[in-house]
Design a protein around this ligand. Sequence first.
Ligand code: DAH
Length: 352
Amino acid sequence: MDGWLAEIAAANALPDLDEVERKLLGKTGTVTELVKGVAALPREQRPEAGRSANQTKVAVQAAVDARREELESAALAADLGATDFDPTSPGLEAAPGSSAARDVRQPVKLPTGTLHPITIVRDELIDLFTSMGFSWQDGPEIESDWFNFEALNIPGDHPARDSQDTFWLDDGNLLRTHTSPVQIRTMKRFAPPLKVIVPGRCFRQESVDASHEHTFYQMEGLVVDKGVSTANLIHTMKTCLREILRRDVEVRLRPGFFPFVEPGFELDVNCPFCGGDGCSVCKHSGWIEILPCGMVHPNVLRAGGIDPEEYTGFAFGMGLQRVVMLRYGIDDIRLFMGGDLRFLRQFGEIAR
Ligand code: DAH
């Protein structure tokens, strides 16, 4: 048997090994004949001889298999060494108009996606507010009438409902028209002091134009504690806008009506485009309306299970698209959902 094993080890190429295997283990191979020969032996010798012949066959087959594996991996290594093919290098790019990727031996950076501008600004706002001690709450996009309207001090016959054209669902629920219902959900779930932001998607049955979308993003803010005042609101908003618009901002409050706040305000910033001198963007007023806000209405605190005699709060509702438009100088809200990759790709390149 040692001779056979030596023969196997001496096979230096796959065809040689095939030949040795055929000679030893083929139909009329030496080892095969040895096994067959057992049958011709006297009966009493057969068990012993049979066992030994089988062991030999198994050992020879194992030696052939092991040698084949060695030869195959040596052949693969030789193949790889003979070319400059590097299986770990990034893919090749076809020349424009060519179907042959191999023609252009230019390693390329594989294309990666970019974050959507709304996501970029939303994430920055989340970072900013969490650094100011706010936590981040989420709520359902399908809401009940109670959370979306009633609990926010907007009863069934209230004219404010008309300003929020609602997508109603067959079961009487609705697609939330703003992120404000999460104010109530938060108050019901946690005890004050509360400091939360709620970024989220909202829906209104709007006809779409350069500044209106049926699907849009807001970021609600809510602070409830003992002794919270308008001064806290102004300070928080100023800090936030300074960071997000990346400049020192002036803010001003104008009275604004929202049933869930009292008093309610429209908060303006000095125009980022002309710095307040007056231009077409700010309609020559020097100010741009940026977000509505106010002191939480006592009825809303009550609906959330909080005693308005003990606690006060402020809230704000930021239109994320609006902030993004001001930040990047975008003049048409439809670009955000339009799916034009040329528009979206730019945000991968803009230094953040
Ligand atoms: N929810 C209002 C809307 O979508 C925006 C708003 C106004 C939110 C005033 C507030 C607020 O939290 O205080 O029209």
